[in-house]
Design a protein around this ligand. Structure first.
Ligand code: 6R9
Length: 647
């Protein structure tokens, strides 16, 4: 091995589903015979009508079309619940750990079945049908999982909007999905603070121009909230009116399961659409092999169901596998930075999956918070959402895992549905900071900016040469944008938007986004979204936003703002602009740095040269490169002398 590596221990090679020999053989097979490999693997799901076709996919050039198991039918809720009832009815499906450490609940598969059926009957009673889009704006409470599975049970398409998004963001997503049913809660509770979800929903619905309809409200905190008769419904009232008999609807493998909005290079979020059969199969197989999940294991993914990680690895993957999945309402630091490890001990968690930003912040809080817990139950650790720096990886390994637990650094995206590049813990030696090798069926390639393939050890742009079952099929209502965004940069391949290095051992090291997407605390954010929010402020004329390296968040948000003529820059105005962006998009989009700039560096054709802005934000202005194409090179001097991130 060319770098420091952590070999697979004999114990792991012996106990894991996949050891080195199996990885090699199955990977080979999955690439040389995808039809055969996935055709067999697809049988891990329960099909109503078994498929006869397996793979029908093309990445162009020209038409892009992705279909898996096209003529099969199934139901996702039946796969995640009903088929486990005979053997696992009394096994816990979901452990819910509240924000307040004294509040928790366990839900068995039988209970889950009853609750999801009743929930689905409430949806049906209010006219929700197969194919309808249902917007879910909920905190991390079991009802979020019930709502997802209830939609799946009746063939409705859920669109979850993270509970940290603003009313404006919510409204945009309700309208884009043309959704006429919203599920929310009176309030959320995180780190002891309430989040006004119902109030936000009311505001969002006032702004909607297309979507809207009924609002189903879960009572979470019980604090009084406004209620609109005829439109708003209390979940507990509605549940009292329905029974628990709700047969699962037969759904085509290529019928939509959910839409999930994610940031791209333009201001408008993209409605990534996932379908039923291939998605569930891929979530299920990756959950089993990557986390080496065995019956009886207690598995905890700390993500929120508002992100794709919560979809695939809190709800669909673990439940499809008949597992026990822990759902956590709170935050890593409440009531103290020991919270994660207290929860691990409380429920004897075996597999723990979190994000580098959380690891870095807990690392900063000091080892004592970790070492005072036992963590004896932990066997495997995971990381997702952004590149993990080797120091954080080593700390996670040594302090949290006591050198005993392998770490799976899993690279994937909202669009990929499930994990694509990752070590398998019984098969692949880990190198701190590398996502290592592709999962079955995944064909990564590095290309230079012209699209020329790079062989051997190299650095370039990461593309994928062929489809896998979990891949997104389109952007909701905008297939052209889907083709344009992912398949036109390097025709015939799926472009991930990530830069990547491959080392002498063939290991992949993701270096971060190469487009105008930044990754703040593991959350994807389009710089254009933040810019659009800034320019809606009455005093702002123009704005340019870039990412810069941030110790805890991975990347921070650096905003260059040009004010309207006559407006005076001030610290108060900076604060006001930060507040404005939080209000427009949500707290996850809080600018870290605002720099007032009388002018932005533009080419003669009016394009902002972000390369220069990035360098100045990084405090690396000695290496600005060629500035001769700028319309007015003198703006750069002002930007440098007023730079806000001096190291
Ligand atoms: C699952 C998820 C996707 C972007 C992706 C990449 C970054 C995710 C990573 C990682 C390095 C990892 N990313 N996992 N970078 N190592 N293990 O996060 O989906 O929110 O769509 O973000 O996140 O840049 O392109 P999503």
């Amino acid at each position: 091995m060319s770098d420091k590596a952590y070999a697979v221990t004999p114990e792991w090679a012996g106990r894991a589903w996949i050891d080195d020999a199996k990885y090699q053989a199955l990977y080979e097979r999955s690439i040389s015979d995808p039809e055969g490999f996935w055709g067999e693997t697809g049988r891990r799901l329960d099909w109503i009508r078994p498929y006869t076709k397996v793979k029908d996919t093309t990445f162009g050039p020209g038409e892009v079309s992705i279909k898996w198991f096209e003529d099969g039918t199934l139901n996702v809720a039946a796969n995640c619940i009903d088929r486990h009832l005979a053997t696992k009815g009394d096994q816990v499906a979901i452990i819910w750990e509240g924000d307040d450490p004294s509040k928790d609940e366990t839900i068995t598969y039988s209970q889950l079945h009853e609750r999801v059926c009743k929930f689905a009957n409430v949806l049906k009673a209010h006219g929700v049908k197969k194919g309808d889009r249902v917007t879910i704006y909920l905190p991390m409470i079991p009802e979020a999982a019930y709502a997802m599975l209830a939609c799946a049970r009746i063939g409705a398409v859920h669109s979850i909007v993270f509970a940290g998004f603003s009313p404006d963001s919510l409204a945009g997503r309700i309208d884009d999905a043309d959704s006429h049913f919203v599920i929310t809660a009176d309030e959320g509770l995180r780190g002891g603070k309430t989040v006004p979800l119902k109030k936000n929903t009311d505001e969002a619905l006032e702004r909607c121009t297309k979507g809207g309809g009924k609002v189903l409200v879960v009572r979470r905190t019980g604090n009084p909230v406004p209620f609109k008769d005829g439109r708003d419904l209390w979940l507990h009232d509605e549940l009292a009116k329905v029974d628990a008999d709700c047969p699962p609807v037969e759904v085509g493998a290529e019928d939509p399961l959910f839409i999930l909005y994610t940031s791209g290079s333009t201001g408008k979020p993209k409605g990534v659409l996932h379908t039923t059969g291939g998605y569930l199969l891929y979530a299920s197989i990756t959950h089993q092999y990557v986390f080496d999940y065995h019956d009886g294991d207690i598995y905890w993914c700390t993500a929120d169901v508002g992100w794709v990680t919560g979809h695939s690895y809190i709800v669909y993957g673990p439940l499809a596998n008949g597992g026990t999945t822990l759902m956590f309402e709170g935050v890593p630091t409440y009531p103290s930075p020991s919270r994660f490890w207290d929860v691990v001990d409380k429920w004897s968690v075996n597999v723990f999956y979190t994000a580098p930003t959380a690891i870095r912040s807990l690392m900063g809080a000091g080892d004592d918070h970790v070492t005072k817990s036992s963590r004896a139950s932990l066997r495997l650790l995971g990381s997702v959402g952004e590149p993990i720096n080797p120091e954080a990886w080593e700390w996670y390994h040594r302090v949290v895992g006591e050198d005993r637990c392998p770490i799976v650094d899993t690279w994937w995206q909202t669009e990929t549905g499930g994990i694509l590049i990752t070590p398998l813990p019984g098969a692949i030696a880990q190198k701190p900071g590398s996502a290592t090798l592709p999962f079955f069926g995944v064909r990564p390639q590095l290309v230079d900016d012209k699209g020329t393939p790079l062989e051997g050890a190299a650095q370039g742009n990461l593309v994928l040469l062929d489809s896998w079952p979990g891949q997104a099929r389109t952007l909701y209502g905008d297939h052209d944008r889907f083709v344009q965004t992912y398949f036109s940069t390097y025709p015939g391949t799926y472009f991930t938007g990530d830069g990547c290095r491959r080392d002498e051992d063939g290991y992949y090291w993701i270096t971060g986004r190469v487009d105008d997407v930044i990754n703040v605390s593991g959350h994807r954010m389009g710089t254009a979204e933040v810019e659009s929010a800034l320019v809606t402020h009455p005093k702002v004329s123009e704005a340019a936003v870039v990412g810069y390296p941030h110790d805890l968040k991975g990347q921070g948000i650096y905003c260059y703002v040009t004010l309207n003529t006559g407006e005076e820059p001030s610290d108060d105005l900076k604060k006001e602009l930060v507040k404005h962006v939080r209000h427009e998009i949500g707290p996850i989009a809080s600018p870290d740095i605002v720099q007032f700039a009388p002018g932005l560096p533009k080419t003669r054709s009016g394009k902002i040269m972000r390369r220069i802005l990035r360098k100045i934000a990084e405090d690396e202005f000695s290496a600005l490169g060629d500035t001769s194409t700028l319309a007015d090179p003198s703006v750069v001097d002002d930007l440098i002398s007023n730079r806000q991130n001096r190291k």
